[in-house]
Design a protein around this ligand. Structure first.
Ligand SMILES: N[C@@H](CCC(=O)N[C@@H](CS)C(=O)NCC(=O)O)C(=O)O
Length: 135
């Protein structure tokens, strides 16, 4: 299953998605699917990279296999364009962040998924992502 690219309004949001480490991904998936069913949350994507859940095909909550507790947390900020992703990456490295993936497309999420990743001061995986194609 693949995520639908975003169609707009990314500029209105601060967060794009969050990721939670799970020591048992299947058990966590079942838990969140049941708990969030009243909200219309379903599985949008699933693969080696984890399970993405959300509404209307937009994965907003990610579960990734992790075996240490407390499991890591991942935060993704919504960027309005690819240049903003590039600027985030440069600024975050200059601020002392550690590279966790330079700006670029991640087509395994969807064809226009353009993102960069840094590890913050306390080990959090911080991302900026733009879902829109180049104009
Ligand atoms: N180094 C990877 C980082 C990818 C990444 O962190 N992806 C997020 C989801 S958008 C995540 O939490 N992945 C699961 C994991 O790292 O366990 C890259 O540059 O693509």
């Amino acid at each position: 299953m693949r995520a639908a690219p975003q169609t707009g309004h990314e500029e209105d949001r601060v967060f794009d998605h969050i990721g939670i480490g799970a020591t048992d991904v299947q058990a966590s998936k079942e838990f969140f699917l049941k708990a969030l069913a009243p909200l219309g949350v379903a599985v949008c994507m699933e693969g080696d990279f984890g399970v993405g859940m959300g509404c209307e095909g937009k994965p907003s909550l990610w579960l990734s296999a992790r075996y240490a507790k407390p499991a890591p947390m991942h935060i993704a900020f919504a960027a309005k364009d690819r240049k903003t992703v590039d600027e985030f990456y440069a600024a975050a490295l200059a601020a002392g962040g550690t590279d966790n993936g330079p700006p670029g497309l991640r087509p395994h999420y969807h064809p226009d998924y353009y993102a960069a990743f840094v590890i913050g001061p306390d080990g959090h995986n911080v991302e900026a992502v733009c879902h829109l194609p180049e104009p």
